[in-house]
Design a protein around this ligand. Structure first.
Ligand SMILES: Cc1ncc(COP(=O)(O)O)c(C=O)c1O
Length: 475
């Protein structure tokens, strides 16, 4: 009989080798970014049926290999598709250790290390934001952080809501730019405001919320008898990568007594760079901030901080005081469970702690600056090539561009948009099918537009040039 220790040794020694092989392949550009197959083919390849009788540990490594074989290689330098990319060995180790410890973050008793690590990291992130007396908690993603912030704003504006719910005459209305992330509108829907309770504010040519338009809409909504309570600015919009002018929006919010939330899920990490932190000037005037280290900082998903300017806000909004969990004779002050929407909660702070120890503030500043530089270089390449054009002037690490195939170069106006849009769809699908590049698109200014995201420090100029070459080839 194999001892439990020997069985574990056999499994995890091999698993460690698989990890090394998988991560090392991110340095090999001949590896495909993705092996795209239709869902039915994938289902057949994976043998999804669950056995009535367990197969034991023997087959599980094969499952792991198969999983990785068919998965998108998000650490590949030519994975340019999402707002995250690359890989962080220390972060991955943090993720493993969290699974090994397998605990939940509700009480200090159940998660002593996770609790003090999370508190220390929240304090550090708050320091970058400028919240001297702040608090916070980690959440399963930017969408949930945004939701928690909308709920906190609603609680302040309508203090009866926690017990009574909204009254018919409350008529809450919130404001966010027409290019903000959909999770804000969804948060309004979950908060009982309805999607109709979110007013979309127009943006300028770079995709930034216009403070003058915000002011006008706030006044108009109040005149209609609705109750403005929240402005949700974005630092780093999903498609254009735009940074709303937070200072000017804070002026408007201040004049009308509105809660100012900054969805810095994507762009919050720019605060780590002296060169780029001005993009978020005024964030210290916000009431709440969402910031995802799993995006620009490269920490494994999910790692999202929900930050509040004022201590006590989270418990005031979320607290339910379940005495079977939060005991009076324990270290209750250290229990984080009443600050969140969740009960069981993963130890997401651990991977950020490990990674931050490895990189330090300096390493993160260099990483962020490297990604901004990568986007700037790609922007220049797009501008220099015939047939390519920028759709938005980039502010951060996203570059939105289109390509007009040679045969259609005479087209102008809407005909040009249509031809470029059709080419975007056709070419990006062909690139993904070939496994060479995964680069996303979105409809921007009326037509499908490529959106390159600089998110992986391994992506070099050779990859950026190769992408433009590949687009021309596919066209
Ligand atoms: C600006 C912005 N906010 C929030 C989110 C949601 O983050 P998550 O995917 O972690 O829920 C995203 C996701 O891309 C985003 O771009």
């Amino acid at each position: 009989m194999t001892s439990p220790r020997d069985a574990l040794d056999a499994l995890f020694t091999e698993a460690a080798r698989l990890a090394v092989d998988t991560l090392a392949q991110n340095h090999d550009r001949d590896q495909p970014v993705v092996r795209r197959v239709p869902p039915r083919e994938l289902i057949a390849a994976l043998e999804l049926e669950l056995p009535a009788e367990g197969r034991g540990l023997e087959g599980v490594l094969d499952l792991a290999r198969k999983t990785l074989h068919w998965s998108v290689r998000t650490g590949h330098p030519r994975f340019l598709n999402q707002l995250f990319g690359g890989y962080d060995p220390a972060g991955i180790l943090g993720e493993w250790v969290a699974a090994l410890g397998n605990t939940s973050m509700y009480t200090y008793e159940a998660a002593p290390v996770g609790t003090v690590v999370e508190l220390a990291l929240i304090e550090r992130l708050n320091r970058y934001v400028g919240f001297d007396q702040g608090e916070g908690v980690f959440a399963p993603g930017g969408s949930i952080s945004n939701l928690m912030c909308v709920l906190a704003a609603r609680q302040r504006a309508f203090p009866h809501v926690k017990h009574e719910g909204l009254n018919a005459d409350d008529r809450p209305v919130m404001f966010t730019s027409c290019e903000s992330h959909y999770s804000l509108k969804r948060a309004g829907m979950v908060a009982g405001i309805g999607t109709g309770g979110t007013v979309e504010v127009p943006v300028d040519a770079q995709g930034r919320m216009r403070p003058d338009a915000l002011e006008r809409l706030v006044v108009a909504e109040a005149r209609r008898g609705r109750t403005p309570f929240l402005v949700a600015a974005t630092a780093g919009t999903t498609v254009a990568g735009a940074f709303d002018p937070i200072d000017a929006l804070a002026d408007v919010a201040g004049r009308h007594g509105l809660w100012l939330h900054v969805d810095a899920s994507y762009g919050g990490s720019a605060l780590l760079s002296v060169r780029h932190r001005d993009l978020l000037a005024g964030i210290d005037r916000a009431d709440s901030v969402a910031w995802n280290p799993h995006k620009m900082m490269g920490v494994p998903l999910a790692c999202s901080a929900t930050l509040m300017r004022e201590r006590g806000t989270l418990v005031g909004t979320m607290g339910m005081n379940a005495d079977y969990l939060f005991h009076e004779d324990s270290d209750q002050d250290w229990d984080l469970g009443d600050r969140t929407l969740q009960c069981g909660r993963r130890v997401d702070a651990l991977k950020l702690w490990y990674a931050w120890q490895v990189h330090g503030d300096q390493g993160y500043a260099e990483r962020i600056e490297g990604l901004f530089d990568q986007a700037r270089r790609f922007r220049a390449l797009v501008e220099q090539r015939a047939g390519f054009r920028l759709v938005r002037e980039p502010m951060g690490t996203n570059v939105c561009f289109r390509y007009l195939p040679r045969a259609e170069r005479g087209a102008t106006g809407e005909a040009r948009d249509r031809a470029e849009g059709a080419a975007t769809l056709r070419i990006r699908a062909a690139l993904a099918d070939s496994g060479r590049f995964l680069v996303n698109y979105a409809t921007l200014d009326g037509a499908p537009t490529f959106r390159l995201v600089a998110s992986n420090p391994l992506t070099g100029d050779e990859d950026l040039v190769a992408l433009l070459d590949a687009i021309e080839d596919e066209a």
